[in-house]
Design a protein around this ligand. Structure first.
Ligand SMILES: [Zn+2]
Ligand SMILES: [Zn+2]
Length: 293
């Protein structure tokens, strides 16, 4: 089986239409393709699915699912943001759109100890809290770290992983997104070291929270296909801890354009094998099944 549930399109911040991504997936040999538009309903920003486009997004995928059903299975999903006390990934809250699956994602750093720290202004957003996206532009991350954490990278990481662990306690979604995407801008900004004990402690505690949650964690190669980080999220060290705790994993492209679905897939499989995994999980008609790597 070759599957991917993490696909963006022009409905959010992707560069290709739904149908172009479907054709790319077929050409790349995928059996199942899930779409996961960025969703913060009822909030939104410049990179989220707009609140008046949800119905069109869903109907577009459902229509193409019928049209292409002999070639590929298409699924409707969302990459739903978690912002503590503001927003959580929830199938119940998105029930009117009847998603097949939900990916829960932490993109935003929020400092609840310093709620008036200003973060970074979000374009076209209506969020009721100050925040910044840890995988935003280099400028956004630099400014966010300065404004919200007084340039204390360790504190920012600890806050970020605490939010990941809090999301793991929720139950109404299926897949945990890119669990250490805070690494994305670290090569450029160098605000923490993955070699330090406190960092290892954070990823270990987070892996334990994931294990307890029973959720499937994605091995996301979007950094490779988008040319921002030549590694998967999670890192190999993080993946080894997940393996030691028997946490189930799935493989995610996090594709934002044509040509990204295959770019990094083999590397992700290699990393999973290096960590000791011999199989991955995939969703078929809302049921988790296993396939060998
Ligand atoms: Zn994401
Ligand atoms: Zn994504």
């Amino acid at each position: 089986m070759k599957t991917n549930y993490h696909t963006h399109s022009t409905f959010c911040d992707g560069k290709a239409s739904i149908e172009e991504m479907v054709q790319d997936a077929i050409a790349s040999g995928f059996d199942i393709l899930g779409f996961s538009s960025h969703a913060a309903f009822p909030y939104q920003s410049s990179w989220h699915l707009k609140n008046d486009k949800y119905d069109e997004y869903v109907s577009t995928i459902r229509k193409l699912a019928l049209q292409y059903k002999d070639k590929i299975q298409l699924q409707v999903g969302f990459e739903a943001d978690f912002i503590p006390m503001v927003l959580e990934p929830s199938k119940t809250k998105l029930a009117q759109f009847e998603p097949d699956f939900l990916i829960g994602a932490v993109h935003y750093a929020v400092n609840y100890d310093s709620p008036y720290a200003k973060g970074y202004p979000q374009e076209e957003s209506n969020f009721p809290v100050n925040l910044f996206a840890v995988d935003g532009s280099e400028e956004e991350v630099r400014e966010g770290l300065k404004n919200m954490f007084d340039n204390d990278g360790k504190l920012a990481c600890q806050s970020y992983f605490a939010i990941q662990r809090e999301m793991a306690t929720l139950s109404d979604y299926d897949i945990i997104a890119h669990p250490d995407i805070i690494r994305k801008r670290n090569a450029a900004i160098n605000f923490f070291s993955e070699e330090e004990d406190w960092y290892k402690h954070e990823i270990t505690a987070t892996a334990q929270a994931f294990a307890k949650s029973g959720k499937v964690v994605e091995v996301n190669y979007g950094g490779i296909s988008r040319g921002t980080l030549n590694d998967t999220y999670p890192s190999l060290d993080f993946l080894k801890i997940l393996r030691s705790l028997d946490v189930p994993v799935t493989i995610s492209a996090d594709a934002h354009g044509v040509g990204q679905l295959n770019n990094g897939y083999d590397f992700a499989v290699q990393q999973m094998k290096k960590a000791g995994y011999s199989e991955f999980y995939y969703l078929d008609n809302k049921k988790w099944l296993q396939s060998s790597l």
